[in-house]
Design a protein around this ligand. Sequence first.
Ligand code: LAN
Length: 729
Amino acid sequence: MWSALDVAPSPEQPFTDYTRWRLLVGDYGRHTWHYLQTDEELARWPQTEVERFWLGLKTTMPDLPPAKDALDAARNGYKHCKELQCHDGHWAADDGGPMFLLPGLVIGSYVTGMSFKVEERLEMIRYLMNRAHPDDGGWGVHVEGHSTVFGTGLNYTALRLLGVDKNHPVCVRARGTLHKLGGVTSIPAWGKFWLSLLNCYDWEGNNPIPPELWCRALPEWLPFHPHKWWIHVRNVYIPMSYLYGVRYQMEENDLILSLRQELYPEDFYSINWPAQRNNVSKVDEYAPHTAFLDGLNAVLSSYESCIFPPLRRAGLARAYRLIVMEDENSAYQTVGPVSKMFNLIARAHAEGPNSFAYKEHARKRYDFMWLGSEGMLMCGTNGSQLWDVAFITQSVVDTGLGNEEENKQSMIKALEWLDKSQIRTNPKHYKEAYRHTTKGAWPFSTREQGYTVSDCTGEGLKAAMGLQFELDYTPKLISKERLCDAVDVLLSLQNPNGGIASYELVRGPRWLEWLNPAEVFGFIMIECCYPECTTSVITSLAIFRKHIPDYRSKDIDRALKLAIKYLHSVQTPEGGWVGSWGICFTYAAQFALESLSLVGETYATSDYSRKACEFLLSHQREDGGWGESYKSCEQNTWIEHEKTQLLQTCWAVLALMYAKYPHPEPIEKGVKLVMSRQRPDGSWPKEAMEGIFSKTCTITYPNFRVAFPVKMLGTAHYYLAALKAGSTN
Ligand code: LAN
């Protein structure tokens, strides 16, 4: 289907001309990368500093005068960052890390006959080659993970579909590793599913995903009703159930036939497929099946052999309706990259290549594709636009840098972007699509994607208030009414225990986790309350009531008290909080201690705060920094990283300052470390992955490398001065 490509043996140099790539920033911060073919195009569309930076090309950013003190270092940091602000006011960035997303993009496009430009294919190939594990040539679930069957099986397949010959040294090595791991018979459930769509695995080897789950006849009050599942899992399993129900399968071709030989050490045609349903490689497994899940699968498997056709048809029709609603609500991006590709295949299957849905889905694949210095990857979302604007602007405003003449224009642009990005209405398909309110919310990425995220709304609101209330020169673009709308959203997200989850209220019981079928991820079945999300909401509400005391003040008071109670209740006996979205205890601590301080709980006044400070201090290293591994998140206990990490040092020092920790030494040492890692142009280098999700999969937040050092250094400058002067208030 796609032509074979002649691929260089080594991916060190770009496979395409990097001076020809451009990043198009569309409405609301939409990102798409384009390869310019002609000299005329090149003349019309010059490459910018933003592109050069992300492509790893030489930038013209000058070396800055060495920082005299911490504030100066923060100033230099922002000077560099400002050069990378897009013309519409936001900062672009890649959102990579997971290694199971690019294969979905490639397989989904391949089976539906969607094409890529040759340059795109070449750079995807290069990314996969660059990311092959140096030890064994395989791939893991994420860039820092060990090689697994899931990662290696899917990425190998992607390389082959993209046009790499099976005798290419990278393929030969990866295939060797895959075979050593036993081949793809034991690939985890989502891998089985992708390979079945590709006709390289038998549908009989999958546990059932009956579309009947979505039938109207299934009462919504049932505790396991799928509308109670976590939004990502729900939106992944809707199209999966449709595709399973119709047993979607690509037609055989020579490449498929060859893959059936390459992916399996044994003879594909003699495999006992039903016996593979629960065959999961041990190196892959994080959340093994429970007996409950296996029992349920056994019952559902019996049902599959005697389905009731009218019920199946009704299930398929309802699942399809939900797919269409999700597409229309999110401008064909869907809530995430996995559901995006499954929805794309379902729509292509039902409506064909001439349909609007097919074309729009094909076009919106590009929102997830990012070109970095190592090649082209598939992002975890269509960007992290709002999240980055929110943290960067708060850092600049909170440190006083926002009042410096040279930064004013940049702050105004960022506010303009925030203004355009607030979601102003509820979704087109609202209750019927099981959606939470969106009017007044800020999303993680763009308004077009359109999903409320609790902490993004919280941080977006804080950023908007900072820019509008703390800086006297900014236009007041976001009205009081709209700030109040955001508060309504935040209040609507609080659970009875006071905690806040990610996108919605917690809808289902905890035991639904026993049905987690994905094997490689943990805690995915239902929304959970998270210390980070809860604290973003607390801090934004606490700041809001200072500025606008007359709006829902009683509700806010009640919400704050309850949320603080929740935060207290989830502090670990050692004094930390387990982070779920950043790594790990240091990430959660800076949120938690900020919240506590905003309600007056500090080192001097609160046992919780004191204990948290002692906990952090017990992990400070000789060099003044902190370093914890992503495995802390997997195992819920502090696991040292072999190296001190810049960002974790920033988070820990910020946490101590929020708590008004009274002794300067640990803070000074942290500041010194962060300053020592700053490069002459004001930036900080990439270190270990910053973010995580679903317990096991790391994800990058490159703009954290500006937002948090700037905030920490700028804050520390004044904090240490105040400590010396005898006051931290
Ligand atoms: C994200 C990224 C941002 C993150 C925060 C805002 C940091 C968090 O506080 C709330 C949850 C959220 C919005 C989040 C949820 C899960 C996402 C969308 C991701 C980690 C980015 C990629 C991930 C998505 C689920 C990847 C697809 C994988 C599946 C298991 C479906």
